[in-house]
Every structure is written in structure tokens, then in C-alpha cells.
Design a protein around this ligand. Structure first.
Ligand code: PAF
Length: 280
């Protein structure tokens, strides 16, 4: 595996792969890699001749300076995992390399970015669009891989791809979970023992809500129950729980209002913010 830190070297290495007729899959990450990231790499390996993984904690997508400061950084361990997973190129740039000038672009991301994470974290999705569009322009991959834990992020990236007319296939990959149901996240390492113990209840409650829907509960009832059951744990506080149309991220009022509904949740455990979702 090549570890590359400059854009010039990255472009050269990718153009060598392409001149050999190889297809390229890109997995953008912010490091602190876990099995969820490795499952994206595995899908990228299956679908492409070569795989590039970027490891970059992107400052422009953090609207909370403390979150940026405390975001876990584990470069050595990340490189070992990527090497073991058969990655061809690990791109690990500095902030100056990624942003030699401040990125002042404002993307017209539309309604998919206006709700949920977009409403709670102003500027977050614009920052994601900035960094991902840069990575896409540098690597020009055939396909790029994103995890469905960040369900709304995938919709936003598809919108950015449409705006920028990138000829890149966006591949959505299923959520990876611990055996007790907690969705894998780089932020999980920041949970205390007690917070970690109660955290699987997020997925448990979401799964129960699918059963409630099947036995006839209205969308409003399901929503209320999810919020109440999770807030009943003193260690957890729901920031939002929205049931949205999977196609456009807009909240729905009744089950019949869309073909596929997704429940998206954000929960605070102390100052650790976890997100998860479930399909109905
Ligand atoms: O999902 C993430 O880890 C980040 O938002 C991404 C897509 C790597 C952009 O920084």
C-alpha cells in the first residue's frame, strides 16, 4: 500500500492506475477506522480493480470546535488496517494540502440538506460537499462508497454529484453494528462504560418501532414512543427523531405518504453525539 500525502503524488498514482486500464473505487473517511469502514473497503475491492482510501479529518464540516478537537486520530493503526484490507493507496493529506486557500464555495444542496443534520449543524453539509468534491476531482474514481449510518449524507452527496456533474457512481453500504446492536462509529470510543452499556438501546428501540408499525401504530405514535423510550434512560437524550421519505429526506406525516420511510435519530450521551437510523 502506498501512503500518499500530496495531491500531486495522488494524481500521478491514480493516473498510472488508469493508464493500466484499472477501475478505481474511493472510500472517503475521517480515520479512526473501524469494521464499518473496512466493510466499505471490502465492497470497493469487490467492485473495482484498485482502491483509494482518504483519511482526513475535514475541519470545514465541523460546526463545533470541541467536536473537531476531540475527534479521534489514530493514523498508525488506520494504516495497518488499510494495508491488511488490501488497499492500494491511502491518501492522508494535511489541512494545508487539502485547502491551500480557504474554500468559500457554497453549494446549492436544496431541501435534502435543510432538515435534520442540516438544521442542527449549520454549514456541516456544505463542508462535506467541499471536501468530497475536492476528493472526487483529485481521484476521479469510477465509484465512491459511503455508509448508510450517515443516511442523509448520502442524499447530500448525490445532490452534490448532480450539481457538479461528476460521472461517479455513489454506492450506499449497509450499517455495521456491534453484536449488541450499537452502530459502529468512530465516536463510540468516547463513551464511558455506563454510556456504552445503555447505548444498544437506541437500536433496540428502533427495531421495536418497526414491530409497532407492523401492528398498526400511527407514524406519530411510533415517533413519540421512540423518543420517550430513549429519553427514559437518564444517560441519553434524543436531539431529534424524524421519519422521512428515503427518496428526498423530507419528513412524512403518514406511513402511506412515501414508498420507503426511514427513521433518523440523533442521541446525546453526555457530550457524545451518536446517530442511527432504521428503514420502515
Ligand atoms: O462520513 C464521513 O466520515 C465524512 O463526512 C466524509 C464523507 C469522509 C467527508 O469528510
Amino acid at each position: 500500500m502506498k501512503i500518499i500525502r500530496t495531491v500531486k503524488e495522488l494524481r500521478d498514482a491514480v493516473s498510472t492506475l488508469k493508464s493500466e486500464g484499472k477501475s478505481v473505487g474511493l472510500v472517503p473517511t475521517m480515520g479512526a477506522l473501524h469494521d464499518g469502514h473496512i466493510s466499505l473497503v471490502e465492497q470497493a475491492r469487490t467492485g473495482n480493480d484498485a482502491v483509494v482510501v482518504s483519511v482526513f479529518v475535514n475541519p470545514t464540516q465541523f460546526n463545533n470546535p470541541d467536536d473537531l478537537r476531540t475527534y479521534p486520530r489514530t493514523e498508525e493503526a488506520d494504516c495497518r488496517r488499510l494495508e491488511d484490507a488490501g488497499v492500494d493507496i491511502a491518501f492522508i493529506p494535511s489541512v494545508e494540502e487539502m485547502y491551500p486557500e480557504p474554500d468559500t464555495r457554497v453549494f446549492d444542496l436544496g431541501p435534502v440538506a435543510a432538515v435534520m443534520e442540516g438544521a442542527m449543524r449549520p454549514g456541516h453539509f456544505n463542508g462535506v460537499a467541499q471536501v468530497v468534491s475536492r476528493l472526487f476531482a483529485m481521484v476521479n474514481p469510477d465509484r465512491a462508497y459511503f455508509g448508510e449510518k450517515d443516511f442523509q449524507q448520502i442524499a447530500v452527496i448525490r445532490r452534490m454529484v448532480e450539481l457538479e456533474k461528476f460521472p461517479i457512481e455513489i454506492v450506499a453500504c449497509p450499517i455495521k453494528r456491534e453484536s449488541d446492536g450499537l452502530a459502529l462509529s468512530s465516536r463510540n470510543v468516547r463513551l464511558s462504560a455506563r454510556q456504552r452499556e445503555v447505548s444498544p438501546n437506541i437500536h433496540r428501540v428502533l427495531k421495536e418501532s418497526v414491530a409497532e408499525k407492523a401492528s398498526g401504530a400511527t407514524l406519530e405514535e411510533v415517533k413519540r414512543n421512540v423518543i420517550d423510550k430513549i429519553n427514559a434512560f437518564p444517560e441519553m437524550e434524543v436531539e431529534y427523531y424524524e421519519i422521512v421519505n428515503a427518496a428526498d429526506m423530507q419528513p412524512v406525516a403518514e406511513w402511506g405518504d412515501c414508498k420507503e420511510a426511514v427513521g433518523c435519530i440523533t442521541v446525546y450521551l453526555g457530550d457524545v453525539r451518536l446517530i442511527d437510523n432504521i428503514k420502515y
